[in-house]
Write a protein that binds this ligand. Structure first.
Ligand code: KG4
Ligand code: ZN
Length: 336
């Protein structure tokens, strides 16, 4: 085939139903239906996520084709998230992908969700620079915290990771201790911008050489709040912005310090970030400062940072080039 392939990509690992159409490395459409139902429960409810994927997937598919102005019979392959993620949620996307592959008689491509967050950096966009190999990618979201050395499109080395909670999970759980609505990360960020981040000190979420541990931080914030509330029942209310700013600074300092250490030890100055937490204002500020210290910093467009199908499509594109297809009997994997 001398023409660029049309890849349809499906993402359904958590609480966003997303379908994208790519032509080669360019995104023609990237439709995301976010599930608001979980807000009432303070977290993602797996059973409700599966049901919402079932309701959303067909309209999202039709819209993705429509926006891309592509007919189903022009598609060359179907890429889908095979894990990690919530099993019931994954099953919806995988079953839909298999049905399409049989109906259209085109190959299936299984995609690892975390690889997709990383390769989102290779999506081609106007006025946007892509990193060259090798580069480091700090993937920080509600489910993942990793520093990955990306040697090639199919060659990843995880050189740092969390041993318990993910960074976004830490933001959300601490926001919950402060009685903020779910998902707490963006709300905490907003309040932190009005606070003093040096006011309170919490335990350091770094662990070992390049790893993280965020559950200790959550516990240290919990004990701190319990102690202060005993002295002043209005403590959270009166100090909310400073608590948020101090928590945010603790998390972001740890992320940036480990990233710098990883860059120094691998001698790679090209650093990229991915995942929902890359929207964080303090993280962006500190990354900007790295840019001025001789690092090359890459931040993908926001729509490709949070969970989306375009990033599944770019992995699908590289696997398509290698004819790296999967069998119709493939089963999703909740954990890798
Ligand atoms: O990548 P993502 O959309 O979904 C997952 O794969 O998890 O990331 C969602 C996570 C949530 O934990 C959310 O609180 C966090 O990203 N997040 C933020 C901000 N925006 C989103 N955390 C801190 N500051 C933000 N501005
Ligand atoms: Zn994700």
């Amino acid at each position: 085939m001398n023409q660029q392939p049309f890849i349809l990509a499906i993402e359904s690992s958590c609480d966003d139903t997303s379908i994208a159409v790519l032509k080669g490395k360019r995104v023609l459409s990237n439709v995301v239906a976010s599930q608001l139902i979980h807000e009432d429960f303070g977290g993602v409810v797996p059973e409700l996520a599966s049901r919402a994927h079932m309701q959303n997937i067909l309209p999202v598919y039709l819209k993705a084709l429509n926006v891309a102005n592509v007919q189903a019979n022009q598609l060359n392959a179907i890429a889908f998230t095979n894990g990690p993620g919530l099993m019931g949620a994954l099953l919806v996307g995988v079953s839909f992908a298999k049905s399409l592959s049989i109906a259209l008689n085109i190959p299936l491509i299984d995609v690892n969700h975390i690889h997709a967050h990383v390769l989102a950096h290779l999506i081609e966009e106007d006025n946007h620079q892509n990193p060259n190999f090798p580069f480091l990618c700090l993937t920080v979201s509600g489910g993942h915290t990793q520093i990955v050395k990306v040697n090639a499109a199919d060659d990843f080395e995880i050189i740092g990771k969390t041993i318990d909670d993910a960074a976004g999970e830490a933001f959300d759980k601490i926001a919950k201790l402060l009685n903020l609505p779910y998902p707490g990360g963006p709300v905490l960020d907003k309040l932190a911008q009005m606070g003093d981040g040096s006011r309170f000190t919490f335990s350091d979420p770094r662990n070992g050489f390049l790893d993280f541990s965020f559950s200790g931080l959550k516990t240290s914030v919990l004990y701190f709040l319990q102690k202060e509330i005993q002295k002043n029942s209005n403590f959270i209310h009166e100090n909310l912005n400073d608590i948020c700013a101090s928590v945010q600074k603790t998390i972001v300092n740890a992320l940036i310090n480990q990233l710098i250490k990883a860059a120094n030890s691998t001698k790679i100055k090209a650093v990229a970030i991915a995942g929902g937490v890359s929207a964080n204002s303090e993280l962006r500020k500190q990354l900007n400062e790295l840019n001025q210290k001789g690092f090359d910093v890459y931040v993908p467009s926001f729509q490709f940072c949070t969970d989306n199908a375009a990033m599944i499509g770019i992995v699908g594109y590289f696997k398509f080039l290698n004819r790296n297809f999967c069998n119709i009997n493939i089963l999703p994997q909740a954990k890798f």
